[in-house]
Design a protein around this ligand. Structure first.
Ligand code: 4NP
Length: 166
C-alpha cells in the first residue's frame, strides 16, 4: 500500500478508553513492524479534558501490561477527522451516535472514501459477550483491567483486518 492506513479511536473524554486503545494498538503496530504503514490517534466526542494526560488509573493499568500512555494528550473529534481517517472506531454506542450526528452535517466529498465506522469491539474475539467498552471513569481499578482485556482482544482483530486489506 502506498499510503498509511489511518486509525482513530473515539470515546467520550479521551482520557480513559480511547487513549488505552491508542497505546495498546500503537504497540501492536510497532511489534508487527508496521509503524510506517499504520497511523494511530485517539480523541473524545466531548471537550472537557482537551490537553490533559490520560487518567492516571488508565496510565498505571496500561503500564503494568507494557503500554505507554504518558505522551498522549486529549483532543476533541473534529469535522476534518472524517476526511482523514480510514477507520473511526467508537468505544460505545453513545460515541457512535455522536459521531454520526457530527458527520450528518458533512457532504460525501468531506468523508474519506471507504471509511469504516464501527464499534471497536466488533473486532474482538468471541470470548467476550460485550459489544461496548464500558466507561471506567467512575468505577474502581478493576474496571480499567477489564477495559484492557477487551481492548487487547479487539486490537488483535483490528490488526488482522487491516493486514488483510494491505
Ligand atoms: P473516557 O472516560 O470516555 O473513556 O475517556 C471518561 C472520562 C471523563 C468523563 C467521562 C468519561 N467525564 O465526564 O469527564
Amino acid at each position: 500500500m502506498d499510503r498509511p492506513v489511518r486509525v482513530l479511536f473515539v470515546c467520550l473524554g479521551n482520557i480513559c478508553r480511547s487513549p488505552t486503545a491508542h497505546g495498546v494498538f500503537l504497540k501492536r503496530v510497532a511489534d508487527a513492524g508496521l509503524a510506517d504503514q499504520i497511523e494511530v490517534d485517539s480523541c473524545g466526542t466531548g471537550g472537557w479534558h482537551v490537553g490533559e494526560r490520560p487518567d492516571r488509573r488508565a496510565t498505571a493499568a496500561a503500564a503494568s501490561r507494557g503500554y505507554q500512555l504518558d505522551s498522549l494528550r486529549a483532543r476533541q473529534l473534529t469535522l476534518e477527522d472524517f476526511g482523514f481517517y480510514d477507520y473511526i472506531l467508537p468505544m460505545d454506542r453513545s460515541n457512535m451516535a455522536d459521531i454520526h450526528g457530527l458527520a450528518s452535517g458533512l457532504s460525501e466529498s468531506d468523508i474519506k472514501q471507504d471509511q469504516v465506522v464501527r464499534l471497536f469491539l466488533s473486532f474482538a474475539a468471541d470470548e467476550f459477550d460485550e459489544v461496548e467498552v464500558p466507561d471506567p471513569y467512575y468505577g474502581g481499578d478493576q474496571g480499567f483491567e477489564h477495559v484492557l482485556d477487551l481492548i487487547e482482544s479487539a486490537a488483535t482483530g483490528l490488526l488482522a483486518d487491516i493486514q488483510a486489506r494491505m
